[in-house]
Design a protein around this ligand. Structure first.
Ligand SMILES: [Cu+2]
Length: 59
């Protein structure tokens, strides 16, 4: 599981963007986002670095 802090994510819209971006890469990924703390947890079979890259690119 990947657990990371995302800066610049302040509302449900941002969280939705992150979710969509990850799901585009991996349809079966499980994503949990806490908007207040910016904590994002992703369960995916894809390499962590790819997931992190995609999340960083959309915020
Ligand atoms: Cu937002």
């Amino acid at each position: 599981m990947i657990s990371m802090k995302v800066h610049g994510m302040h509302c449900g819209g941002c969280a939705g963007k992150v979710k969509r971006a990850v799901n585009e890469l991996d349809k079966s990924a499980h994503i949990q986002i806490d908007v207040k703390s910016g904590q994002v947890e992703v369960q995916s079979t894809h390499p962590a670095e790819e997931i992190v890259k995609i999340i960083n690119a959309c915020c």
